[in-house]
Design a protein around this ligand. Structure first.
Ligand code: COA
Length: 283
């Protein structure tokens, strides 16, 4: 479990972020108390009400606006928009850039369309996950180039199709370990988010056969993963009530950057989003 409950006040420098946004400029220096300086931070925010917005939030760039317009469901547009805006705010703050100036490459490795893993050139590792009414954005320390992060969150109700999930996604070793487990739906869901976090951290998601990866049923550890040669760490997250989430951290075969000493924090992204105001600073 990651240390401590989500903090009520995410930024000691929240006021300066607010002022910078409203003055149209972002401070370039980051106070030493910045939570991302030596930590991996997972920001959680409510997706909010998808009140049939007619325009995407102004912080989205042209590619993101285009993608926003491709979602049929207002709830999907809203989850996507919250993920983008929260990513821009926290990565921008970590880099000392204005949120709209952060360059995020979301090109899919297979088809080049902008629905892939978010990559910030020269910036921290980023991973986004949304489910139900919750959006999470994980960012690694800006200095730890080479670190990969993967975040996955699922609502507890996702266990409705638990046997389908188990059949499609779990390795034979995981099936064996699950035999006789008391709360099978909860165990499958926890196993699933650990696996999906790892598969997102490596950047291939479900393009890789998830049955080739085995995680522990009882602890946040990878037991077998031939596709990944480096060091790795899984962290079960507290997230929010009604959700199950895990974070995966991957380093290179040389063990760099070191993962064990990395502090993992969960923080309140709702407070961060408040600086742009409802509806997410829409244009
Ligand atoms: C990544 C993946 C597992 C997401 O699954 P999910 O549970 O539906 O969704 P989550 O909310 O947890 O994650 C979605 C986020 O994952 C990220 N993502 C997309 N592809 C990713 C990848 N290959 N690796 C890591 N992260 C990825 C994006 O940030 C996305 O957020 P966005 O839609 O707001 O841009 C799934 O989309 C996948 O396996 N994609 C890769 C394989 C694939 O099908 N590619 C398409 C070929 S054209």
């Amino acid at each position: 479990m990651a240390g401590g409950p989500p903090a009520a006040e995410p930024f000691g420098w929240h006021g300066s972020l607010h002022n910078s946004l409203h003055n149209g400029r972002m401070r370039r220096s980051i106070p030493p108390t910045h939570p991302a300086a030596g930590s991996c931070v997972v920001w959680w925010a409510a997706a909010g009400e998808p009140a049939a917005p007619t325009a995407p939030p102004s912080l989205l760039d042209s590619t993101e606006r285009q993608r926003w317009g491709t979602f049929w469901q207002a709830a999907d547009r809203q989850r996507y928009a919250v993920g983008v805006v929260l990513t821009r705010l926290v990565v921008g703050a970590a880099l000392g850039q204005r949120p709209e100036a952060v360059v995020i490459d979301r090109r899919c490795g297979w088809c080049e369309r902008p629905h892939g893993r978010p990559v910030v050139a020269g910036g921290p590792a980023v991973s986004v996950s949304h489910a139900g009414g919750l959006v999470g954005v994980a960012i690694g320390p800006p200095a730890d180039i080479g670190l990969c992060v993967g975040l996955d969150v699922e609502p507890v109700g996702a266990t409705a199709h638990v046997e389908e999930v188990a059949a499609d996604l779990l390795s034979s070793a995981e099936h064996d370990a699950l035999a006789g487990v008391q709360d099978r739906p909860a165990a499958v869901l926890r196993t699933w988010v650990r696996k999906e976090a790892a598969l997102k951290a490596i950047g291939r998601g479900l393009a890789d056969d998830p049955r080739e990866l085995t995680v522990s049923i009882s602890a946040a550890t990878v037991e077998r993963w031939p596709a990944h040669q480096g060091t790795r760490r899984l962290v079960d997250l507290r997230a929010r009530s009604g959700y199950v989430a895990s974070l995966a951290l991957l380093a290179g075969p040389d063990g760099q950057p070191a993962l064990d000493g990395l502090d993992v924090q969960e923080r309140d992204g709702d407070t961060v989003l408040r600086v742009v105001g409802p509806p997410l600073g829409g244009s």
